[in-house]
Each structure stands twice: as structure tokens, then as C-alpha cells.
Design a protein around this ligand. Sequence first.
Ligand code: WT7
Length: 646
Amino acid sequence: MSADLHPVPDEWARTAKIDNDKYQEMYRASIEDPETFWGEQGRRITWFRDYTKIRDVSYDADDLHIRWYEDGTLNAAYNCLDRHLADKGDQPAIIWEGDEPDTDETVTYRDLHARVGRLANGLKALGVSKGDRVTIYMPMIIEAAVAMLACARIGAIHSVVFGGFSPDSLAGRIQDCESNCVITADEGVRGGRRIPLKANTDAALAECPGVEHVVVVRHTGGDVAWKDGRDVWYHELVEGQSDDCPAEEMNAEDPLFILYTSGSTGKPKGVMHTTGGYMVYTSMTHEYVFDYRPGDIYWCTADVGWVTGHSYILYGPLANGATTLMFEGVPNYPDVSRFWQVCDKHNVQIFYTAPTAIRALMGAGPDPVKKTSRKSLRLLGTVGEPINPEAWNWYYDVVGEGRCPIVDTWWQTETGGILISPLPGATDLKPGSATRPFFGIRPILVDEFGKELEGAVSGNLCITESWPGQMRTVYGDHERFVQTYFSTYPGRYFTGDGARRDEDGYFWITGRVDDVINVSGHRMGTAEVESALVAHDKVSEAAVVGYPHDLKGQGIYAYVTLMAGESPNDDLRKELVQWVRKEIGPIASPDLIQWAPGLPKTRSGKIMRRILRKIAEDDYGSLGDTSTLADPAVVDDLIENRQNRR
Ligand code: WT7
């Protein structure tokens, strides 16, 4: 047995819902007869009107459509709340832990149901109705969850925008889906620092005349500007509203939410998820991947502004009647023990975070971990980027003390839920591998021509069959959906990732093969950063690539050509970093800027990113053929001047 194989512990094989035999049996059934398999799994959700059709899918570009349970009707909020009231009304649904260690709040299913009902009625009173798009720009507070569920309850489509995005980014997302209502807070607070959410919203709305209502949660009590007639305090809106708001009967294929994500070209895409299949898939994956057992306290550290927050803080866990912990703060405030202190304080069994957080905490050494107990922990998870074996081992040995399996879950905003991951009672673990496909998922590796590769091999990762949690379209741009995911390899969903399959059939995700970079588990399109840079009046051209970064996984490396007459200097460098932060948000800040008198281009004017990536990675030996460049000398200059990057 290889030293880096961690077999399933006996106790897990005995007690988990799925052991290896069961995995094999269910996986085979899910692939051989998906209709029967998904027909049965659909029963985990409460339907108002039962479905008779299970799936209707075509990956053919001319007739691309994905429909699951299409004649069933349901409501996502009803599934997350009402159906648990009879037996779990007094059980905590959400445990909220604030930024400051002495702030927390527990909300039972009954409380949460009432709070969602009041806001849902409040939104209705403002005129929000089924099919309307509501933008949610919130800190990690209970009202964020209430807002999402209130939208779901009345059939409004939520679009959550991460609170770290700039006013411009917020405005672009509001305009794209034509929201007429925004829900926000006065301010957010993370690591003791305040984030002016209402002020950002005001700035964004200068460009969004279609927004009629802004609902504002008073959270920090900070000063805010007010626009009478448009702005309304959350607490005033819900005051006097009934707890009772009938759950709108939605079709399985009615949209539940839109979530914007970066692609390799153009503006962020509005990934659209629908109701029935998404609820079935998130509920099922949450139960099996985390082996959720009644009474467990489950904590996913993501922000609700990302898909992980949607699927695995909110919809999956609540559909399962779980207790989900929501954390407002950051891993290193007040100090680097915080995560583990929160685990002890709330008795957390299942803990799910990002490799970037683990790497950052690993840098502080084992003592801050060891001074906490963590005896409640049973299972650990990661998501968002490949986890390097060193970080995996530290997570396993130091945090989990060798007791807790780690589920390395691979998925995407587009997939709605986890597609490749170990199941803790079934899968022997290999540090750094997301291991095997979930039920119903058929991952394949293809070469650049789309030929399927067999055996132990590396290639581009595609999925051949549909699954219920899959995105249905790009909001307002179905053609872009077809082009982005189904045109590179016709008849298959192309993930944009590269992967290796080993001799045991385990998958090792190697990272994006397109012009998307993964910074601390957050996706950033290089094109977006480039267009922010060239919007600065001293910049003539910019090319952005990713490079290996110890903490972030990938860092943002920008080659910048200045306008004639401008000269490079450190003040301008700082100004450009600030500029990108302001244009997009702090997550898009370039880590390194290299002044580039010229960029390597083909004679037809196309920037050769391959070469820029190699220089950024300090890998000059294999630049490949540069003879087709319009001006090969540019490359020598970039290599020579790379010391200038900062
Ligand atoms: C991209 C999707 C899915 C929620 C968070 C990110 C990368 C995600 C893993 C993993 C290796 C991973 C992929 C993917 N990724 N999880 N376990 N191992 N890479 O969602 O922003 O849509 O990003 O994140 O490159 O394509 P996202």
C-alpha cells in the first residue's frame, strides 16, 4: 500500500450511510438506469404536485436544453422550512457567529420560518412578485439567509452579489438581470473592519435607474445616506407583517437564482439555476458527501456571495433539516485560533473550508490549533481549488488529529453541487485528489481534439451526462451558454478544468485550462482585470495571467504597457493596484505588475499568453516557438526586466 493512501477507517465503513459496496452499487445503478435512480432520489424533496417526467436533456448545440422533473411543482423555502416544523421546529436551523467572539445568535426552524414569512410579506408589499429579480448585497448575517429564502418563498429570483465587490461590479450585475429591488445592510464588518455596503449600493444605483426599492438592514448602526421613497429599513418593512406567507407553487424548472461568475471572456455570466433539480441535488450531495446525521452541527466557512454559500450553507443543509453555522468573520480575527475556537464553542462536527485558508493558518504553525480541543470534529472538507498534499496533511494531522476523513470536493458555480469527491465511509483518500465521481456523474478526459482518453492519463475534463443540479442557461444569453460549455467538445459539458486520472481511477484536478484564474478559491477572469487596467488613462495595454502563489494558489500577474510619454514608477504601480480594487473589488488586486514596453503578439495581433504565463512562472527554458511573433525581441526584454515586477 502506498504511504499516502488513507484507507477508510473501519468505524466509518461501519457507521456511514454509504460504504464502498453501497457506493459501487449505487453508482452503477445511477449510470445504467439514470431515470430510475433520479426518479427515486427526487422523492427526498417535498413536491406540491408530483413529477411524472424525470429528465429531458439534449447537449446538442442546435437544441440545447436541460430539464429535470419538469412537470413537478414545489417551493424551495417550503422544503427548507415548513416541512421541518412538525418534528424540528425547536431545533436550531442557523447558528450565527458574529465577527466579534462574544456575538452569536441561534435561530430555530420555527423562528426562521417566521422571519422568512415576514420578509416575504414585506417584499410583496413593495410589489415584488414571482419572476422578479432581487439583488442581495449583504454581509454574513442571518438576514442574508432570510432574504434568499424570502425570495424563494414568493418565487422571486435572487442574485446574490458578494459584499467584497465594488459599486461598479454591483451595478453591472443589477443591470444585467434588471433587478428592481436590492436588499443590503448599512455596513458589513469583517476582522473588525467595516465595509460600507449601503454607500456602495448608493454609488452603484447612480447607474441603475430601474431600481425602485432598497431594503436596508441596520447591522452596525453606522451612518448612511437615505433616499426617501426608494430606501426602506428592513425592520420597518417587516414590522406588523404576518409570519405566515403562503409558499408560491413553482414549477421544477422555474428559476431559483442567478449567480454571476467570471469566465474567460467578457463580463461575468449570470449562471442560472432552477428549483427542482437543484434542491434534489444539493440535498443529496450534502447528506452523502458530509455524511450528515441528525443533530450534527455543520459549518461551511464560505460566504453566501459564492455558490458554496448557496448550496452548502443554505439550500442543501436546510433541505435536510440540518443545523448550519454561518460565520461573519475571518479566520485570523481576533487571532489565528478563531476557526477552532468556533468549532469548540458551537460543538461543530463537520467543517468545510477552502485550501487557501488552510495554507494561511498553516503558516502560523500548530500551536494556535493545538490550544483548542476540536474533539467534536468528525469530518473535514475542502473546496474551491486544488489542495496541495502539504496542506492536506497538515489539515488531516494537526486539525483533525488523524481522526477525521477529508472530503476534497470538486465542483463549480455551474454544476450547482459537488460532482467529484470522496464519500467518507466509502473512499480511501489520497492527499490532493478529489477522488471519484458522485452518483450519476460521468467525468471523462479528452484531448484537444475532443477524443476521449482511456486509462491513467491527463486531459481536459468533460462531463457526458446531465445531473439535476446543473445550470440551465446564462441568464439572458442562452447562446453564450451553448458557446461556453458545449461548443469546444460537442455533445459534452466542458468544465474548463484540466485533470489527471490515476491507475485507481481517481481524479486529480490540475486547474483551469482557460483564461480564468483561481485566486484564493475565487474565480477571476483575466479579461476582466485587463479591461479594468486599460480603463485607466495612463495604461495603453495590459495582459493578465496567473502564477503560482504560496497562499492564494494563484496570484494575479499583470503586464502593463503605458501610454506614450508616461514613465513607470512605484507610485503609479500602487495607483493601478488601487484602481483595480476600486473597479472590481479587492479580490482582483494584481499581486505583481511588470512594466512591459511591448507584449508578445502574433503577426495578426493576438497576445501570446502562453509565453506570458511561462515568464510569470519563471520558466524560460520552454517558451516554445517564438518565431511566429511579430517582434521576437519583446520576449527577451520581458525576461530581462522581470526583476522589475513587484
Ligand atoms: C473552479 C470553480 C465550487 C465552489 C467554489 C468554486 C476549481 C473547485 C476544486 C477542488 C480543484 C477545484 C476548479 C473549478 N475548484 N473545487 N476541490 N479541487 N479545483 O466555484 O468559483 O465556480 O470555481 O474552482 O478550477 O473549475 P467556482
